[in-house]
Design a protein around this ligand. Structure first.
Ligand code: BG6
Length: 500
Protein backbone atom coordinates (compact mmCIF):
# COMPACT_ATOMS: atom_id res chain seq x y z
CA UNK A 1 0.00 0.00 0.00
CA UNK A 2 1.26 3.43 -0.87
CA UNK A 3 1.45 6.18 1.78
CA UNK A 4 -0.30 9.46 1.10
CA UNK A 5 2.08 11.99 -0.47
CA UNK A 6 3.81 14.58 1.69
CA UNK A 7 1.93 17.84 2.23
CA UNK A 8 2.45 20.27 -0.63
CA UNK A 9 0.97 22.96 -2.86
CA UNK A 10 0.37 22.20 -6.53
CA UNK A 11 0.81 25.31 -8.67
CA UNK A 12 -0.77 25.03 -12.12
CA UNK A 13 0.48 27.50 -14.74
CA UNK A 14 -2.12 27.94 -17.50
CA UNK A 15 -4.90 27.27 -15.00
CA UNK A 16 -7.63 28.95 -17.04
CA UNK A 17 -6.93 26.59 -19.95
CA UNK A 18 -8.70 23.60 -21.32
CA UNK A 19 -6.37 20.93 -19.92
CA UNK A 20 -6.76 22.16 -16.34
CA UNK A 21 -10.50 22.01 -16.47
CA UNK A 22 -10.97 18.90 -18.57
CA UNK A 23 -8.21 16.70 -17.17
CA UNK A 24 -6.41 18.02 -14.10
CA UNK A 25 -9.33 19.16 -11.94
CA UNK A 26 -11.33 15.92 -12.45
CA UNK A 27 -8.17 13.85 -11.80
CA UNK A 28 -7.49 15.77 -8.58
CA UNK A 29 -11.10 15.32 -7.53
CA UNK A 30 -10.83 11.55 -8.05
CA UNK A 31 -7.68 11.49 -5.91
CA UNK A 32 -9.50 13.54 -3.28
CA UNK A 33 -12.41 11.12 -3.24
CA UNK A 34 -10.14 8.13 -2.88
CA UNK A 35 -8.38 9.96 -0.04
CA UNK A 36 -5.07 9.79 -1.86
CA UNK A 37 -4.21 13.47 -1.59
CA UNK A 38 -1.86 14.69 1.15
CA UNK A 39 -3.37 15.53 4.51
CA UNK A 40 -2.62 19.20 3.94
CA UNK A 41 -2.89 20.19 0.33
CA UNK A 42 -3.84 23.12 -1.92
CA UNK A 43 -4.00 23.84 -5.62
CA UNK A 44 -2.94 27.29 -6.71
CA UNK A 45 -4.05 28.05 -10.26
CA UNK A 46 -2.18 30.84 -12.02
CA UNK A 47 -2.57 32.37 -15.47
CA UNK A 48 -2.95 35.73 -17.18
CA UNK A 49 -6.75 35.75 -16.83
CA UNK A 50 -8.03 37.84 -13.97
CA UNK A 51 -10.04 35.52 -11.72
CA UNK A 52 -10.85 35.39 -8.02
CA UNK A 53 -10.62 32.19 -5.97
CA UNK A 54 -14.40 32.01 -6.17
CA UNK A 55 -14.52 32.39 -9.94
CA UNK A 56 -11.81 29.72 -10.36
CA UNK A 57 -13.77 27.33 -8.12
CA UNK A 58 -16.98 28.01 -10.01
CA UNK A 59 -15.33 27.25 -13.36
CA UNK A 60 -13.80 24.07 -11.92
CA UNK A 61 -17.17 22.95 -10.56
CA UNK A 62 -18.51 22.78 -14.12
CA UNK A 63 -16.11 19.89 -14.71
CA UNK A 64 -16.90 18.01 -11.50
CA UNK A 65 -19.66 15.46 -11.08
CA UNK A 66 -22.99 16.87 -9.93
CA UNK A 67 -22.87 15.14 -6.57
CA UNK A 68 -22.56 16.23 -2.97
CA UNK A 69 -19.07 16.54 -1.50
CA UNK A 70 -17.51 18.61 -4.24
CA UNK A 71 -17.69 21.76 -2.09
CA UNK A 72 -15.04 20.55 0.32
CA UNK A 73 -12.83 19.71 -2.61
CA UNK A 74 -13.36 23.17 -4.08
CA UNK A 75 -12.09 24.68 -0.82
CA UNK A 76 -8.68 23.32 -1.81
CA UNK A 77 -8.58 25.51 -4.93
CA UNK A 78 -7.04 28.99 -5.03
CA UNK A 79 -6.15 31.37 -7.81
CA UNK A 80 -3.65 34.13 -8.52
CA UNK A 81 -3.38 36.11 -11.80
CA UNK A 82 0.18 36.04 -13.15
CA UNK A 83 2.02 36.88 -16.32
CA UNK A 84 4.88 34.46 -17.04
CA UNK A 85 7.19 37.31 -18.03
CA UNK A 86 6.49 39.68 -15.13
CA UNK A 87 9.08 39.37 -12.37
CA UNK A 88 6.91 41.24 -9.85
CA UNK A 89 4.16 38.70 -10.39
CA UNK A 90 6.56 35.96 -9.29
CA UNK A 91 7.41 37.94 -6.13
CA UNK A 92 3.68 38.00 -5.45
CA UNK A 93 3.48 34.30 -6.23
CA UNK A 94 6.17 33.61 -3.66
CA UNK A 95 4.41 35.53 -0.92
CA UNK A 96 1.07 33.97 -1.87
CA UNK A 97 2.65 30.52 -1.51
CA UNK A 98 4.01 31.49 1.91
CA UNK A 99 0.64 32.78 3.07
CA UNK A 100 -1.23 29.78 1.75
CA UNK A 101 1.39 27.51 3.30
CA UNK A 102 0.96 28.97 6.78
CA UNK A 103 -2.82 28.97 6.49
CA UNK A 104 -2.85 25.30 5.47
CA UNK A 105 0.15 24.22 7.53
CA UNK A 106 2.19 23.23 4.48
CA UNK A 107 5.91 23.87 4.95
CA UNK A 108 7.51 24.49 1.55
CA UNK A 109 6.95 21.56 -0.81
CA UNK A 110 5.77 22.70 -4.23
CA UNK A 111 4.93 21.04 -7.53
CA UNK A 112 4.83 23.39 -10.52
CA UNK A 113 2.72 22.16 -13.43
CA UNK A 114 3.46 23.83 -16.77
CA UNK A 115 0.30 23.68 -18.81
CA UNK A 116 1.08 26.78 -20.89
CA UNK A 117 2.36 27.14 -24.46
CA UNK A 118 6.01 25.93 -24.46
CA UNK A 119 7.14 29.42 -25.57
CA UNK A 120 6.86 30.62 -21.95
CA UNK A 121 8.48 27.61 -20.22
CA UNK A 122 11.82 29.35 -20.08
CA UNK A 123 10.41 32.56 -18.55
CA UNK A 124 8.51 30.61 -15.94
CA UNK A 125 11.43 28.43 -14.89
CA UNK A 126 13.84 31.39 -14.79
CA UNK A 127 11.44 33.46 -12.71
CA UNK A 128 10.80 30.57 -10.32
CA UNK A 129 14.53 30.08 -9.95
CA UNK A 130 15.17 33.80 -9.34
CA UNK A 131 12.66 33.68 -6.49
CA UNK A 132 14.48 30.67 -5.01
CA UNK A 133 11.45 28.48 -5.73
CA UNK A 134 13.32 25.86 -7.78
CA UNK A 135 15.80 24.84 -5.08
CA UNK A 136 15.14 21.37 -3.66
CA UNK A 137 16.98 21.38 -0.35
CA UNK A 138 14.84 21.19 2.77
CA UNK A 139 11.69 20.83 0.67
CA UNK A 140 10.81 19.12 -2.57
CA UNK A 141 10.34 21.25 -5.67
CA UNK A 142 9.15 19.41 -8.78
CA UNK A 143 8.30 20.57 -12.28
CA UNK A 144 5.75 18.81 -14.50
CA UNK A 145 6.11 19.70 -18.17
CA UNK A 146 3.26 19.16 -20.63
CA UNK A 147 3.75 18.27 -24.26
CA UNK A 148 4.66 19.30 -26.89
CA UNK A 149 8.23 18.89 -25.69
CA UNK A 150 9.80 20.81 -28.57
CA UNK A 151 8.86 20.85 -32.22
CA UNK A 152 11.98 19.10 -33.53
CA UNK A 153 15.27 17.70 -32.25
CA UNK A 154 16.98 21.05 -31.90
CA UNK A 155 14.15 22.75 -30.03
CA UNK A 156 13.81 19.74 -27.69
CA UNK A 157 17.53 19.84 -26.96
CA UNK A 158 17.31 23.58 -26.27
CA UNK A 159 14.29 23.07 -24.03
CA UNK A 160 16.14 20.41 -22.04
CA UNK A 161 19.15 22.70 -21.63
CA UNK A 162 16.90 25.55 -20.47
CA UNK A 163 14.94 23.46 -17.99
CA UNK A 164 18.09 21.83 -16.62
CA UNK A 165 19.61 25.25 -16.13
CA UNK A 166 17.11 25.93 -13.36
CA UNK A 167 15.99 22.45 -12.24
CA UNK A 168 17.84 19.12 -11.88
CA UNK A 169 16.78 16.19 -14.08
CA UNK A 170 15.36 14.38 -11.04
CA UNK A 171 13.03 17.34 -10.41
CA UNK A 172 11.64 17.36 -13.97
CA UNK A 173 8.59 15.23 -14.86
CA UNK A 174 7.88 15.24 -18.62
CA UNK A 175 4.33 14.06 -19.23
CA UNK A 176 3.36 11.59 -21.90
CA UNK A 177 -0.18 10.79 -20.81
CA UNK A 178 -0.13 7.44 -22.65
CA UNK A 179 2.23 6.13 -19.99
CA UNK A 180 -0.43 6.98 -17.40
CA UNK A 181 -2.93 4.62 -19.03
CA UNK A 182 -3.55 1.51 -16.97
CA UNK A 183 -3.49 -0.70 -20.07
CA UNK A 184 -0.05 0.64 -21.12
CA UNK A 185 1.40 -0.15 -17.69
CA UNK A 186 -0.20 -3.56 -17.89
CA UNK A 187 2.05 -4.33 -20.84
CA UNK A 188 4.96 -4.60 -18.43
CA UNK A 189 2.99 -7.02 -16.28
CA UNK A 190 1.74 -9.05 -19.26
CA UNK A 191 5.24 -9.41 -20.59
CA UNK A 192 7.27 -9.83 -17.44
CA UNK A 193 4.93 -11.53 -14.95
CA UNK A 194 4.02 -14.43 -17.23
CA UNK A 195 6.20 -17.30 -18.32
CA UNK A 196 4.33 -17.99 -21.55
CA UNK A 197 4.84 -14.80 -23.56
CA UNK A 198 8.45 -13.76 -23.07
CA UNK A 199 10.07 -16.90 -24.57
CA UNK A 200 8.16 -16.18 -27.80
CA UNK A 201 8.74 -12.42 -27.73
CA UNK A 202 11.48 -12.23 -30.33
CA UNK A 203 12.51 -12.58 -33.97
CA UNK A 204 12.35 -16.36 -33.87
CA UNK A 205 8.59 -16.42 -33.36
CA UNK A 206 7.28 -12.99 -34.29
CA UNK A 207 6.61 -12.07 -37.90
CA UNK A 208 5.77 -8.39 -37.42
CA UNK A 209 4.37 -5.92 -34.94
CA UNK A 210 1.68 -3.34 -35.57
CA UNK A 211 0.75 -0.35 -33.45
CA UNK A 212 -2.40 1.61 -34.28
CA UNK A 213 -3.66 4.70 -32.54
CA UNK A 214 -6.76 5.80 -34.38
CA UNK A 215 -9.11 8.63 -33.55
CA UNK A 216 -12.55 9.14 -35.00
CA UNK A 217 -12.63 12.84 -34.10
CA UNK A 218 -11.19 15.47 -36.40
CA UNK A 219 -9.05 18.41 -35.39
CA UNK A 220 -11.99 19.98 -33.47
CA UNK A 221 -11.18 23.41 -32.00
CA UNK A 222 -7.39 22.95 -32.00
CA UNK A 223 -6.75 23.98 -35.60
CA UNK A 224 -4.29 26.73 -34.67
CA UNK A 225 -2.03 24.32 -32.82
CA UNK A 226 -2.57 21.25 -34.97
CA UNK A 227 -1.85 22.87 -38.32
CA UNK A 228 1.64 23.70 -37.05
CA UNK A 229 2.10 20.26 -35.60
CA UNK A 230 0.52 17.37 -37.54
CA UNK A 231 0.20 13.72 -36.62
CA UNK A 232 3.95 13.03 -36.67
CA UNK A 233 4.71 15.53 -33.92
CA UNK A 234 1.37 15.33 -32.11
CA UNK A 235 1.14 11.54 -31.70
CA UNK A 236 3.91 9.52 -33.32
CA UNK A 237 7.00 11.15 -31.80
CA UNK A 238 5.65 10.70 -28.29
CA UNK A 239 2.70 8.36 -27.66
CA UNK A 240 3.36 5.82 -30.42
CA UNK A 241 7.10 5.59 -29.85
CA UNK A 242 6.50 5.11 -26.11
CA UNK A 243 4.20 2.20 -26.94
CA UNK A 244 6.94 0.78 -29.17
CA UNK A 245 9.37 1.24 -26.25
CA UNK A 246 7.16 -0.81 -23.88
CA UNK A 247 6.59 -3.50 -26.54
CA UNK A 248 10.21 -3.90 -27.60
CA UNK A 249 12.21 -3.25 -24.41
CA UNK A 250 14.31 -5.82 -22.59
CA UNK A 251 13.18 -6.80 -19.08
CA UNK A 252 14.26 -4.01 -16.73
CA UNK A 253 16.45 -4.97 -13.77
CA UNK A 254 13.81 -3.68 -11.35
CA UNK A 255 10.51 -1.81 -11.68
CA UNK A 256 12.00 1.55 -10.95
CA UNK A 257 12.20 4.81 -12.90
CA UNK A 258 15.76 4.66 -14.18
CA UNK A 259 15.81 0.93 -14.85
CA UNK A 260 12.71 1.16 -17.07
CA UNK A 261 13.75 4.38 -18.76
CA UNK A 262 17.21 2.92 -19.54
CA UNK A 263 15.57 0.06 -21.43
CA UNK A 264 13.28 2.40 -23.36
CA UNK A 265 16.21 4.59 -24.40
CA UNK A 266 18.03 1.48 -25.67
CA UNK A 267 15.07 0.63 -27.91
CA UNK A 268 15.09 4.12 -29.40
CA UNK A 269 18.84 3.96 -29.90
CA UNK A 270 18.51 0.61 -31.71
CA UNK A 271 15.82 1.81 -34.06
CA UNK A 272 17.41 1.82 -37.52
CA UNK A 273 17.61 5.45 -38.64
CA UNK A 274 15.61 6.23 -41.75
CA UNK A 275 17.62 8.37 -44.18
CA UNK A 276 15.97 11.47 -45.57
CA UNK A 277 16.00 9.91 -49.07
CA UNK A 278 14.31 6.74 -47.75
CA UNK A 279 11.36 8.57 -46.22
CA UNK A 280 8.93 8.00 -49.13
CA UNK A 281 9.65 4.27 -48.89
CA UNK A 282 9.10 3.98 -45.13
CA UNK A 283 6.59 6.70 -44.28
CA UNK A 284 3.16 7.57 -45.69
CA UNK A 285 1.34 10.74 -44.79
CA UNK A 286 -2.27 11.64 -45.43
CA UNK A 287 -4.90 14.28 -44.80
CA UNK A 288 -8.62 13.72 -44.42
CA UNK A 289 -10.96 15.07 -47.05
CA UNK A 290 -14.68 15.87 -46.89
CA UNK A 291 -16.93 12.87 -46.77
CA UNK A 292 -20.16 11.49 -45.45
CA UNK A 293 -20.09 9.37 -42.30
CA UNK A 294 -23.22 7.45 -41.41
CA UNK A 295 -25.27 9.77 -43.58
CA UNK A 296 -23.83 12.98 -42.12
CA UNK A 297 -21.58 15.28 -44.13
CA UNK A 298 -18.15 15.76 -42.52
CA UNK A 299 -15.75 18.57 -43.36
CA UNK A 300 -12.35 17.98 -44.88
CA UNK A 301 -9.30 19.05 -42.86
CA UNK A 302 -8.69 22.12 -45.02
CA UNK A 303 -12.22 23.38 -44.35
CA UNK A 304 -11.81 23.16 -40.58
CA UNK A 305 -11.53 26.29 -38.41
CA UNK A 306 -7.98 27.61 -38.03
CA UNK A 307 -6.57 25.51 -40.89
CA UNK A 308 -4.83 27.06 -43.88
CA UNK A 309 -6.89 26.28 -47.03
CA UNK A 310 -3.74 24.91 -48.76
CA UNK A 311 -2.41 23.17 -45.68
CA UNK A 312 -0.15 20.15 -46.27
CA UNK A 313 -0.18 19.18 -42.60
CA UNK A 314 -0.65 15.44 -42.15
CA UNK A 315 -3.61 14.16 -40.15
CA UNK A 316 -2.47 10.59 -40.76
CA UNK A 317 0.96 9.02 -40.68
CA UNK A 318 2.09 5.42 -41.04
CA UNK A 319 5.68 4.29 -40.70
CA UNK A 320 7.65 1.08 -41.13
CA UNK A 321 10.94 0.53 -39.32
CA UNK A 322 13.30 -2.06 -37.89
CA UNK A 323 14.95 -2.36 -34.51
CA UNK A 324 18.50 -3.53 -35.01
CA UNK A 325 19.24 -5.66 -31.97
CA UNK A 326 19.43 -9.37 -31.12
CA UNK A 327 15.79 -9.62 -30.14
CA UNK A 328 14.24 -7.83 -33.09
CA UNK A 329 16.70 -8.11 -36.02
CA UNK A 330 14.65 -8.34 -39.24
CA UNK A 331 11.18 -7.96 -37.64
CA UNK A 332 9.27 -5.09 -39.28
CA UNK A 333 7.32 -2.73 -37.04
CA UNK A 334 4.39 -0.87 -38.59
CA UNK A 335 2.87 2.03 -36.71
CA UNK A 336 0.06 4.37 -37.72
CA UNK A 337 -2.06 7.12 -36.28
CA UNK A 338 -4.67 9.42 -37.69
CA UNK A 339 -7.66 11.62 -37.13
CA UNK A 340 -11.10 10.96 -38.64
CA UNK A 341 -10.50 7.23 -38.97
CA UNK A 342 -13.43 4.83 -38.55
CA UNK A 343 -13.00 4.24 -34.80
CA UNK A 344 -11.20 5.48 -31.70
CA UNK A 345 -8.88 2.60 -31.02
CA UNK A 346 -5.34 2.16 -29.76
CA UNK A 347 -3.84 -1.30 -29.84
CA UNK A 348 -0.68 -3.30 -30.38
CA UNK A 349 -0.85 -6.42 -32.52
CA UNK A 350 1.84 -9.08 -32.26
CA UNK A 351 1.73 -11.29 -35.35
CA UNK A 352 3.35 -14.68 -34.78
CA UNK A 353 5.02 -16.67 -37.54
CA UNK A 354 2.85 -19.22 -39.25
CA UNK A 355 3.43 -22.95 -38.74
CA UNK A 356 6.15 -24.32 -40.99
CA UNK A 357 3.88 -26.93 -42.53
CA UNK A 358 0.15 -26.57 -43.12
CA UNK A 359 -1.40 -29.93 -42.30
CA UNK A 360 -5.01 -28.87 -42.16
CA UNK A 361 -7.26 -27.23 -44.71
CA UNK A 362 -8.09 -23.81 -43.37
CA UNK A 363 -11.01 -21.46 -43.44
CA UNK A 364 -9.34 -18.53 -45.19
CA UNK A 365 -10.10 -15.20 -43.55
CA UNK A 366 -7.83 -12.46 -44.92
CA UNK A 367 -5.63 -10.97 -42.19
CA UNK A 368 -6.30 -13.87 -39.83
CA UNK A 369 -4.04 -16.63 -41.06
CA UNK A 370 -1.49 -16.16 -38.27
CA UNK A 371 -1.71 -16.29 -34.47
CA UNK A 372 -2.10 -12.80 -33.07
CA UNK A 373 -1.88 -11.31 -29.64
CA UNK A 374 -3.78 -8.04 -29.52
CA UNK A 375 -3.05 -5.73 -26.62
CA UNK A 376 -5.91 -3.27 -26.51
CA UNK A 377 -4.97 0.04 -24.93
CA UNK A 378 -8.38 1.68 -25.43
CA UNK A 379 -11.37 1.36 -25.53
CA UNK A 380 -12.58 -2.04 -24.28
CA UNK A 381 -9.16 -2.43 -22.65
CA UNK A 382 -7.99 -6.01 -22.65
CA UNK A 383 -6.07 -8.74 -24.40
CA UNK A 384 -7.13 -10.95 -27.27
CA UNK A 385 -5.36 -14.07 -28.48
CA UNK A 386 -6.29 -15.35 -31.91
CA UNK A 387 -5.45 -18.93 -32.72
CA UNK A 388 -6.81 -21.89 -34.67
CA UNK A 389 -9.09 -24.72 -33.60
CA UNK A 390 -10.72 -27.61 -35.36
CA UNK A 391 -14.08 -26.90 -36.92
CA UNK A 392 -16.38 -29.43 -35.25
CA UNK A 393 -17.59 -32.33 -37.39
CA UNK A 394 -16.12 -34.42 -40.12
CA UNK A 395 -12.61 -33.85 -41.46
CA UNK A 396 -9.85 -31.67 -40.05
CA UNK A 397 -10.69 -28.15 -40.98
CA UNK A 398 -8.95 -25.42 -38.91
CA UNK A 399 -10.64 -22.13 -38.16
CA UNK A 400 -9.56 -18.98 -36.30
CA UNK A 401 -10.99 -18.49 -32.79
CA UNK A 402 -10.57 -15.89 -30.04
CA UNK A 403 -9.59 -16.07 -26.40
CA UNK A 404 -9.98 -12.77 -24.62
CA UNK A 405 -9.72 -10.87 -21.37
CA UNK A 406 -11.56 -7.58 -20.84
CA UNK A 407 -10.59 -5.24 -18.02
CA UNK A 408 -14.26 -4.59 -17.52
CA UNK A 409 -14.58 -8.18 -16.23
CA UNK A 410 -12.44 -7.33 -13.21
CA UNK A 411 -14.48 -6.79 -10.07
CA UNK A 412 -15.92 -3.29 -9.75
CA UNK A 413 -12.58 -1.65 -10.53
CA UNK A 414 -12.83 1.63 -12.36
CA UNK A 415 -9.68 2.32 -14.35
CA UNK A 416 -8.07 5.51 -13.06
CA UNK A 417 -7.55 8.25 -15.63
CA UNK A 418 -4.03 8.69 -16.96
CA UNK A 419 -3.73 12.11 -15.31
CA UNK A 420 -4.90 10.77 -11.96
CA UNK A 421 -2.16 8.15 -11.95
CA UNK A 422 0.53 10.53 -13.20
CA UNK A 423 -0.30 13.33 -10.76
CA UNK A 424 -0.21 10.92 -7.85
CA UNK A 425 3.12 9.48 -9.01
CA UNK A 426 4.70 12.92 -9.17
CA UNK A 427 3.32 13.74 -5.71
CA UNK A 428 5.04 10.56 -4.51
CA UNK A 429 8.28 11.46 -6.30
CA UNK A 430 8.00 8.50 -8.67
CA UNK A 431 9.11 9.36 -12.22
CA UNK A 432 8.79 5.85 -13.68
CA UNK A 433 5.91 6.82 -15.96
CA UNK A 434 7.38 10.13 -17.05
CA UNK A 435 9.79 10.55 -19.97
CA UNK A 436 13.43 11.20 -19.24
CA UNK A 437 15.15 14.00 -21.17
CA UNK A 438 17.46 11.70 -23.14
CA UNK A 439 14.53 9.48 -24.22
CA UNK A 440 12.62 12.49 -25.55
CA UNK A 441 15.66 13.57 -27.56
CA UNK A 442 16.22 10.03 -28.90
CA UNK A 443 12.58 9.96 -30.03
CA UNK A 444 13.06 13.27 -31.85
CA UNK A 445 16.19 11.84 -33.53
CA UNK A 446 13.98 9.12 -35.01
CA UNK A 447 11.47 11.51 -36.55
CA UNK A 448 13.85 14.34 -37.51
CA UNK A 449 14.76 12.88 -40.96
CA UNK A 450 11.03 12.66 -41.70
CA UNK A 451 10.49 16.29 -40.74
CA UNK A 452 13.48 17.26 -42.92
CA UNK A 453 12.37 15.20 -45.89
CA UNK A 454 8.86 16.63 -45.86
CA UNK A 455 10.19 20.13 -45.50
CA UNK A 456 12.92 19.86 -48.13
CA UNK A 457 11.05 17.84 -50.68
CA UNK A 458 7.55 19.14 -51.41
CA UNK A 459 7.16 16.42 -54.04
CA UNK A 460 6.62 13.82 -51.34
CA UNK A 461 2.85 13.39 -51.59
CA UNK A 462 0.28 14.11 -48.92
CA UNK A 463 -2.38 11.55 -49.83
CA UNK A 464 -6.01 12.46 -49.27
CA UNK A 465 -8.30 9.99 -47.55
CA UNK A 466 -12.04 10.40 -47.11
CA UNK A 467 -12.97 11.13 -43.48
CA UNK A 468 -14.16 7.92 -41.85
CA UNK A 469 -11.80 5.55 -43.74
CA UNK A 470 -8.60 3.81 -42.64
CA UNK A 471 -6.27 6.37 -44.24
CA UNK A 472 -4.67 6.54 -47.67
CA UNK A 473 -4.47 3.48 -49.86
CA UNK A 474 -0.67 3.78 -49.94
CA UNK A 475 -0.61 3.01 -46.22
CA UNK A 476 -2.86 0.00 -46.77
CA UNK A 477 -0.25 -1.46 -49.11
CA UNK A 478 2.75 -0.91 -46.84
CA UNK A 479 2.71 -4.30 -45.17
CA UNK A 480 4.56 -6.97 -47.11
CA UNK A 481 2.61 -10.27 -47.19
CA UNK A 482 -0.13 -9.07 -44.89
CA UNK A 483 -2.51 -6.31 -43.97
CA UNK A 484 -3.29 -4.08 -41.02
CA UNK A 485 -5.83 -5.35 -38.54
CA UNK A 486 -9.05 -3.38 -38.84
CA UNK A 487 -9.98 -2.91 -35.21
CA UNK A 488 -13.44 -2.05 -33.98
CA UNK A 489 -14.70 -0.49 -30.79
CA UNK A 490 -15.10 -3.94 -29.31
CA UNK A 491 -11.87 -5.83 -28.93
CA UNK A 492 -13.11 -9.08 -30.39
CA UNK A 493 -14.80 -7.70 -33.49
CA UNK A 494 -12.80 -7.08 -36.58
CA UNK A 495 -13.60 -6.43 -40.16
CA UNK A 496 -13.79 -3.37 -42.27
CA UNK A 497 -16.99 -1.96 -40.80
CA UNK A 498 -16.72 -0.37 -37.39
CA UNK A 499 -19.16 1.31 -35.12
CA UNK A 500 -18.19 4.92 -34.57
C1 BG6 B 1 -2.90 14.25 -27.39
C2 BG6 B 1 -2.92 14.84 -28.78
O1 BG6 B 1 -1.59 14.19 -26.89
O2 BG6 B 1 -3.44 12.94 -27.43
C3 BG6 B 1 -4.33 14.84 -29.33
O3 BG6 B 1 -2.41 16.17 -28.73
C4 BG6 B 1 -4.93 13.48 -29.26
O4 BG6 B 1 -4.35 15.32 -30.67
C5 BG6 B 1 -4.78 12.89 -27.85
O5 BG6 B 1 -6.30 13.58 -29.58
C6 BG6 B 1 -5.22 11.45 -27.82
O6 BG6 B 1 -5.25 11.02 -26.49
P1 BG6 B 1 -6.22 9.86 -26.02
O7 BG6 B 1 -5.87 9.65 -24.59
O8 BG6 B 1 -7.61 10.34 -26.24
O9 BG6 B 1 -5.89 8.69 -26.89
Amino acid sequence: MRMNPENHILVIFGASGDLTNRKLIPALYDLYQKQLLPKNFAVLGVSRTNLSDEEFRKKASEYLPAEGGTNKFQDLLFYEPLSPTNKDDFKRLKSKLKKLGSKKDIAGNYIFYLSTPPSVYEDITRNLSEQGLSKSERFFRRLIVEKPFGTDLLSAQKLNVNLLHFFDENQVYRIDHYLGKESVQNMLVTRFANGIFEPLWNRNFIERIEVTSAESLGVESRGGYYDQSGALRDMLQNHLLQLVGFTAMEPPVVIEANAIRNEIVKVFQSLRPIKECEVPEFVVRGQYTASTIQGKPVKGYREEKGIHPDSRTETFVAMKFFIDNWRWGGVPFYIRTGKRLPARVTEIVIHFKQVPHHLFPSVVIPGQMDNQLVIRIQPDEGILLKFRMKTPGAGFQAQPVNMNFHYSDLAEVRLPSAYERLLLDCMQGDATLYSRGDAVEEAWKIVQPIIDAWQNNPDIPVYGYPAGTWGPEMAENMIVNGQWRYPCKNLTNDGTYCEL
